[in-house]
Design a binder for this molecule. Sequence first.
Ligand code: ADP
Length: 162
Amino acid sequence: MTRAIYPGTFDPVTNGHVDIVERASKTVEHLTVAVVQVSTKRTLFSVDERINMFAEAVAHLPNVSVKEYSGLTVNFAREVGASVIVRGLRITSDFEYESEMALMNRRMAEDVETICLFSALEYQILSSSRVKEVAALGANVSALVPKNVWGPLVERLEISKS
Ligand code: ADP
């Protein structure tokens, strides 16, 4: 059976991410959620906060662990003995970006395969950035993130407003 990583910024983890992890964890021996330390995106949460929130949200899955990484994703995959990179695809938005990234990763590491999974229909328009955007404007979108994420998210947005 295969070991895989699921890399991302996860700022913060949403139900769409958890859905991908649940699906992936059924098909691989072990899945490491790989939280990138420094993202090209400016993050609301520190890497430790992003890791802790994700770990709590997937605590019910025994073959999933959450770790921080920096540098090339393919190098981290090799470091943890993973031959698969899992990514999530939303039908309306991700194909171009994900296919370019997958082909670039393949160029650097022929032995690491990218596998894209589709989240449930209800999560197809869900992204961390959209959640942050509407939550900052006062919308209650708590149903779109894991239970342990909503409190810290509101708190952080309140803080960053002042
Ligand atoms: P990155 O900065 O690497 O894009 P993200 O945290 O935004 O990190 O996303 C990590 C992965 O999860 C990406 O493959 C992204 O396409 C996927 N993803 C994000 N939200 C969803 C969702 N609602 N449904 C399915 N996949 C998703």
